[in-house]
Design a protein around this ligand. Structure first.
Ligand code: 3PG
Length: 214
């Protein structure tokens, strides 16, 4: 595991997930969350502008940790890495994708929703996973039950995370970071900054209370 990307995600506690339709919005979106105290972003590969958006954010904010989301193939992972992504995230667990990312030395956080998938991830050398779709799959209580049997696996719950439930997910000892698009539900950059600040404050209040060894 690349400690640098993992550590940055841990410190942020929340990774804003952006679906960018117009690459012109990429830099102001990134600026708005940076202003709110968050220096990481996941740009989903669900729009044709994803790679260009990553490139623009990387050029303008080289200090920002950028991930590419919704990665389904090794080719997409390589395109994302070339554009400036330091890690990639997949909604599910694909063994070919794990192999391809390992071969290309691109850190991958694959998605899991069941104990069986966690075991398969572990069998393939993966120790940090995305728990997806977090809320719809069973939420905080479900993740607590899964975490209890896999204390060495680190989880990034994503899907239905908001300011109301962020603290509850961060209270689970195996959760290193949460993913969410809630700060992008508005086009108002000031509001995006406010929501990012509110999320960063919640992370701070949770993190002051416990240690996490990475
Ligand atoms: C995604 O990939 O879009 C994430 O699952 C974000 O989920 P959310 O929109 O519920 O935060």
């Amino acid at each position: 595991m690349d400690k640098t990307y993992f550590g940055t995600l841990y410190v942020n506690g929340i990774v804003p997930v952006a679906v960018i339709k117009d690459e012109k919005t990429a830099v102001p979106l990134a600026a708005a969350i940076l202003e709110g105290g968050i220096d990481c972003i996941e740009v989903t590969f669900r729009t044709p502008t994803a790679a260009k958006s990553i490139e623009l954010i990387h050029e303008n904010f080289p200090e920002m940790l950028i991930g590419a989301g919704t990665i389904l193939t090794g080719e997409q992972a390589e395109t994302a890495a070339r554009a400036g992504a330091s890690f990639v995230v997949s909604p599910g667990l694909s063994l070919p994708l794990i192999k391809e990312c390992n071969a290309a030395k691109i850190p991958l956080i694959p998605g899991v929703a069941t104990a069986t998938e966690v075991i398969t991830a572990m069998e393939n050398g993966v120790t940090a996973v995305k728990f997806f779709p977090a809320k719809q799959a069973g939420g905080v209580n479900y993740l607590k039950a899964i975490s209890a049997v896999f204390p060495d696996v680190k989880f990034m719950p994503t899907g239905g995370i908001d300011l109301e439930n962020l603290a509850d997910y961060l209270s689970i000892s195996t959760v290193f970071c949460c993913g969410g698009s809630f700060m992008f539900k508005t086009d108002d950059y000031k509001k995006i900054t406010e929501l990012s600040k509110a999320a960063a404050l919640i992370v701070k209040s949770k993190r002051e209370k416990r240690y996490f060894y990475v």
